[in-house]
Design a protein around this ligand. Sequence first.
Ligand code: NAP
Length: 362
Amino acid sequence: MKKIKVGILGATGMVGQNYIKLLENHPWFDVVYLAASTNSAGLKYTDAVKGRWQMTTPIPKKIENIKVEDVSQIEKAKGKCNFVFSAFEISDKNIVKEIEEKYAEAGIPVVSNASANRWTTDVPMLIPEINASHTDIITTQKKNHGWKDGFIAVKPNCSLQSYLTPIYALNKAGFPIKRIFITTLQAVSGAGYPGVPSLDMIDNVVPFIGGEEEKTENEPLKILGEIKNGKFEKNKELKISAQCMRVPVSDGHLACVSILFKNKKPTKEQIIKIWNEFESVPQDLKLPFAPVQPIIYTEEENRPQPKKDRNNDKAMAVTVGRLRECNIFDYKFVALSHNTVRGAAGGGILNAELLVKKGLIK
Ligand code: NAP
């Protein structure tokens, strides 16, 4: 198969660097276009990231000399790439929304990590194991804007990736959950680079991440919602209460979760079986970035741990452990996912693979 030409917006940042690393040997995608802020524009990629390349493998040879463009100069990407991954950060989200829409208008599909379009009514927020069918809204989105080839699809915040697939697996198996109480322990790489000042992180936990609790509580309602009359309708049965902490861990977000079932609760053995046997669309379609087993239950009483479990199955699997009865809700457990891979670049790549299989990225 001839490879699909890909651009990365925000290629110099933490998520952009992860895209470059993960796409180095991708069987379908070929990185040909890089863009970032005006600070990096005009520089060779190696010069643009000098002193701030965060990956543990070298910059791929093919990428080193690519000239970085300015994200806002959309015309430079035209004719060069078939679609772009969006991972640039601007504090005014309206500007991000506007730029992503301009790429779509120019006929370039946008697979985004940014939050700017997550609540746009005709934009799908995808975790392919959960809501692959939400890509159906893209026809309506294109019609609403008069776009022929371009469109926008987003992935949710990294904070909810660790626990939402295990919740969905139980819903799907006939045990719907109506209340979730969650505390996340989130890695520093989630704040990008240079991120949180080192003096705030060493010997410390910061009990606040701006906007994170709202995202953790609300985004699952869209993901578990449905398309009605050309718009997303939120799931009305589920309520989530979240607290989000920044902890001195490099990669891997942990979530301590308590759940209450709507009806009869399953046994502990049933839950573990449901999780370990769970498979979905990415596994059926054999997407290159799909984990073979999306949820791995670990029996060891002191796991999952970020350092030891974040890289399970190409860092794309969710690892769950410590399932036990809860004195207030039904059960509690601990879940872990790699925030910059499953929760960011790897999740974006899986979304793009799904969109290719559905014929939306050509
Ligand atoms: P980051 O390390 O701070 O990188 C920011 C990127 O945005 C850089 O490439 C930077 O380019 C570019 N940028 C900054 N100002 C810009 C401007 N005015 N115009 C165009 N580009 C600009 O941030 P990150 O962690 O990679 O996050 C990127 C996006 O992914 C954010 O929307 C974030 O919320 C989302 N996300 C991050 C994670 C994670 O785990 N880190 C997870 C999920 C989602 P220069 O280098 O030229 O300044």
